[in-house]
Design a protein around this ligand. Sequence first.
Ligand SMILES: [Zn+2]
Length: 264
Amino acid sequence: MEFIDTHAHLDAFQTTGELESAIKRAKDANVTRIITCSARKCDWQNFSKIAREHKGCVFWQMGIHPTEIEDGDEEFLESAKDFLKSDMPPVSIGEIGLDFYKFEGSREEFEKMKSRQERLFKAQLEIAKNAGLPVCVHARSAVEEAIKIIDESGFDWGKVVFHCFSGTASQLEMLNSRGGRASFTGIITYKNAEQMRESMLAQGLSKIMFETDCPYLAPVPMRGKPNEPSYIPFIAQKSAELFGISIEEIAEISTKNAREFFGI
Ligand SMILES: [Zn+2]
């Protein structure tokens, strides 16, 4: 039995000196592959290095997260081609997208932020399209806006995952009907997350992939602790119960889905 954590932020473990032990604990828990996801441009070099040091176990995604955009990032995207050509290229472009959650500024500031996020999102979709890579989309309080941009870009929906999906049932239907998918975190183990569990069931097993989004969102029974890749089996166990299948079956299906989606 093996699992894949399709979305982890491994830099958090470097900060605490826990990277090697966290990877070891993941392997001990049958989480044989971890995809570490970029948020800032400084992650790119770092994650390609970690992937090189843990070849076959750690893979990386290259992108700039909508709330982490800094001046100069649009120019920085030029360097994507060097990473794509390197001996350790990313397996996906992510996380990229839109985040309009609880913005506390004037209308004018909001519009400025929104257009900056949209520009970066479109530019990174273009990078993924040219490289033939899938994208990991972060869309918070902006699911339909993100769908619209992907539609307009002509990007292949079969290569789109909305990670840590937090949209409604009808938004999930919008994704699925286009051929896109959502992935789910430990939130599905939380008591008040009925809507998310329903979304996961509605999407079905054919697209299921698991992610921790660690160090955030630790699943029950680890809730409140820093999350890590080795906690994937808690999420998988809960999902297996919801789908009414065994953990071995869901391990096999989710691993196959993730390997196909990310080409790993
Ligand atoms: Zn993330």
